[in-house]
Design a protein around this ligand. Structure first.
Ligand code: NCD
Length: 303
């Protein structure tokens, strides 16, 4: 029995298999519509979510399975003081697989250590978000036709943005990726993630200036400033609008740039960009359902 807590638990061959499977599901959805008949997914969400929770639930329904769970800590026994370990043991009695989101880094790992069913990390604090990364990799593969030879810009809150941490770790294993890290000084990539880049001798630049790097990017991965992880509101207010992508900013960008964002968007991409053919963030939303279908099949060992 296997869980997914950190994207690096999947090797590149397995990631390729998941991407291939997701593409097959997109092409032949009917073939998969009964694969999880009789199985149950529990979504244990201790933190807000729209896409991640709904895409997990839609994924399980489209596989013919069922879903149970909660979408806020206050409606679970966590509000009475129950531990993550006990919640995981309890859920193991009722479901076949768990997707858990929690504000505390490491909570899904604790759940996995105590559950008797697979646990998927659906986001733990400012740490990791492996299924968003699978979504992003499927999107990059579909949009660019490859996962190597790319210059990838990450822009916004690189400190607290867990989707950034997981995607950087994942991309560090492909050939000839150049990382361009754009953030305010206060929101730079944490040193523990930068270590991955250094350790693997990967090429990266750090800057505060998005416009100066725009022409070289193949992918621009925009992120929201993570308000809920700030220690004080003043810092958030000062930093929240550090980067706003407006159409004129794309004048120097490549014609085949892929603009990505895990969403939710607050202010960092103006809505006029949504109709630009380079905008991929709503395609990411849809891809998220298919790759989660592929992941559920893999972890439940369904043929
Ligand atoms: C992200 C998350 O929860 O980390 N959202 C998502 O899952 N698509 C990004 C964010 O909240 O900014």
């Amino acid at each position: 029995m296997r869980s997914l807590i950190d994207i690096l638990e999947l090797d590149v061959t397995e990631i390729k298999e998941l991407i291939d499977k997701a593409n097959d599901i997109i092409a032949n959805p009917v073939k998969y519509s009964e694969k999880c008949r009789g199985k149950k997914l529990a979504t244990l969400f201790f933190e807000p979510s729209t896409r991640t929770r709904l895409s997990f639930e839609a994924a399980m329904y489209e596989l013919g399975g069922n879903v149970l769970g909660f979408s806020e800590a206050q409606s679970s026994s966590a509000a009475k003081g129950e531990s993550i370990a006990d919640t995981a043991k309890t859920t193991s009695c009722y479901a076949d697989i768990i997707a858990m989101r929690h504000p505390k880094e490491g909570a899904p790992l604790v759940a996995a250590m105590n559950a008797s069913i697979p646990v998927i990390n659906a986001g733990d604090g400012g740490h990791n978000h492996p299924t968003q990364t699978l979504t992003d990799l499927l999107t990059i593969q579909r949009e660019k036709g490859r996962l190597n030879n790319l210059t990838v810009g990450f822009c916004g809150d690189l400190k607290f943005g867990r989707t950034v941490h997981s995607l950087i770790n994942a991309l560090s294993r492909y050939e000839n990726i150049k990382f361009v890290l754009v953030s305010p000084e206060e929101l730079k990539l944490p040193s523990y993630v930068k270590e991955t880049l250094k350790k693997n001798n990967l090429e990266y630049v750090q800057t505060t200036d998005l416009d100066s790097v725009m022409p070289e990017l193949d992918i621009l991965y925009m992120t929201r400033v993570q308000r809920e992880r700030f220690f004080n509101e003043e810092d958030y207010l000062r930093l929240k609008d550090s980067y706003i992508l407006r159409p004129e900013r794309l004048n120097t960008a490549k014609a085949d740039l892929a603009i990505m964002h895990p969403l939710p968007r607050v202010n960092e991409i103006s809505v006029e960009i949504d109709s630009d053919p380079r905008a991929c963030y709503f395609k990411q939303v849809l891809n998220g359902k298919y790759i989660r279908m592929a992941l559920i099949l893999k972890l439940l060992e369904v043929e």
